[in-house]
Ligand binder design. Structure first.
Ligand code: FAD
Length: 449
């Protein structure tokens, strides 16, 4: 198996150095490696939000004998190192594109799914009794140039039509008073849905809940080969083999090429980078004028995302970069520091406490895929949330569980938008080149044109 980026980025034995890993309590349950030859009804590959949500729902709601195989430990990958935005999203295709592909009703159904997904995270943390450190209600989009202000007004109207949400647009002269003042900020749209959370606390809470409900989760158990014989899938890890009638693939941006031929050349992992500052004093936050706890992003296509954390620390994230080799980290961290200084000038010289990065997952048609493989209906995959998998991955895991037990016809479980076969990228060997071209075009659009 191989990856289209430097292999070190997929090695769970190397430290991630995220603020989240440092500040989350350790898992309270023991997870053993898979050893010997085992059998179960449903095997899940990957212990992030998607795989753990699938396992939790299978064990709790459907009484299924389910095991999860994870290359590292739960939350080692994107689910333990993201920005913690539990918000609307999952696709990079516009509503009109989705309505053109599947009709307006199905596009609206997918919008409802996004709302449900946010609520599902909140509901699971309450019903399973774990703390996700929810912080800041809603989400903010900041116009980073004057010409994007009209776009925010239009977005506000669309939010009402599509999601039924009453948003508010803040003018430039209202931003400081609202605690949303930043370099280049011309206006802001407040979206009254979503919240920020601690991603590692969330993924560990899900893992503990899944185990408590009867799922078996095996860490340090990478699937190295996958065969099928007499209707059984046989997944081989270094310590043992697992036989299952159904497999759920929940590997998202960490999916290796060669895991299953039905997935090869079909996902495009993309790097995203995060820095956090040391905790800022109240006076330092006031000086900049950014005091809101609400998670925010800007109007760039290659967007920045940012939020204050409960201890006063500031988190800034940004997509981009094609070099995932360990030696490239220092340059990327310096680049992120420059962005912080430009966007939040009062914090230009504030100490950076952590820098880390990881992979989100794109599909060629820019929508999530929660479906069976066309050539083998006993293989279900749930992935490609386009950088928005905190809520959508959780929802997709539950939907994958329902597909696995055939709780209803597939198209009743998953909206048409997300229920299609995962398309192969044309000339998949060129995937990182496509990304290079897209980044250059987006940079021109965001900064120059
Ligand atoms: C830096 C960063 C910031 C982000 N910010 C946000 C945000 O603020 N809000 C948001 O909604 N989304 C955000 N995302 C995206 C979000 O984190 C992901 O969409 C989500 O975590 C996907 O969850 P998952 O369970 O599908 O995949 P992952 O959490 O990536 O888990 C996949 C798992 O599969 C395992 N795996 C892969 N191959 C094998 C194998 N052969 N055998 C066994 N296991 C295997 C991996 O080890 C990994 O643990 C961000 C992502 C990154 C990287």
């Amino acid at each position: 198996m191989r990856h289209i980026y430097h292999p070190a980025a997929f090695d769970p034995s190397l430290p991630v150095d995220s603020y989240w890993a440092e500040s989350a309590p350790p898992l309270s349950v023991e997870l053993s490696k898979l050893t010997g030859d085992e059998t179960c009804d449903v095997a899940v590959i990957g212990a992030g939000y998607t795989g753990l949500s699938a396992a939790l729902h299978l064990a709790r709601d459907h009484g299924v004998d389910v095991r999860v195989l994870e290359r590292g430990q739960p939350g080692w990958a994107a689910s333990g190192r993201n920005g913690g935005f539990c918000c609307l999203g999952g696709t990079k295709a516009s509503f009109d594109t989705l309505a053109g592909r599947h009709g307006r009703d199905e596009a609206l159904r997918f919008a409802t799914t996004q709302v449900e997904a946010v609520e599902l995270v909140r509901e699971l943390s309450q019903s399973e009794g774990f703390d996700v450190e929810a912080y800041g209600e809603g989400e903010i989009e900041v116009a980073h140039q004057r010409r994007h202000v009209a776009g925010l007004e239009a977005e506000s109207v669309r939010m009402r039509e599509i999601y039924g949400l009453d948003c508010r647009v803040y003018r430039k002269d209202e931003l400081r008073q609202a605690g949303m003042a930043m370099g280049g900020g011309e206006a802001a749209l407040y979206i009254p849905l979503g919240f920020g959370l601690h991603p590692m606390k969330y993924v560990r809470g899900l893992a503990e809940a899944a185990v408590r409900r009867g799922a078996r989760v095996h860490g340090d158990s990478p699937v190295e080969t996958w065969q099928k014989s007499d209707g059984w899938h046989i997944l081989t890890t270094p310590g043992g083999t697992l036989r299952a009638k159904t497999v759920i693939v929940a590997t998202n941006g960490y999916t290796p090429e060669g895991l299953h031929p039905g997935l090869d050349g079909r996902v495009l992992p993309a790097l995203t980078n995060i820095i956090t500052t040391r905790p800022l004093s109240e006076a330092e936050r006031e000086e900049q004028g950014w005091t809101t706890p609400v998670p925010a992003f800007d109007s760039r296509t290659l967007l920045h995302y940012f939020r204050l954390l409960p201890d006063g620390r500031f988190l800034l994230g940004s997509r981009g970069g094609l070099n995932a080799a360990p030696g490239s980290a220092a340059g990327k961290k310096a680049d992120m520091q420059k962005r912080l200084a430009r966007m939040f000038p009062a914090w230009a010289n504030i100490e950076i406490s952590h820098f880390w990065r990881g992979f989100v997952c794109l599909a060629a048609d820019l929508v999530p895929h929660i479906a069976r493989l066309p050539d083998d209906r006993s293989v279900i995959h749930a992935l490609a949330y386009h950088g928005n998998g905190v809520s959508m991955g959780t929802w997709a895991g539950r939907a994958a569980a329902r597909l696995a037990v055939q709780a209803a016809p597939d198209d009743e479980i998953v909206p048409a938008v997300a229920g299609q076969p995962l398309p192969r990228f044309p000339l998949p060997g060129l995937r990182t080149l496509y990304l290079r071209g897209a980044y250059a075009a987006y940079w021109l659009k965001d900064e120059i044109l």
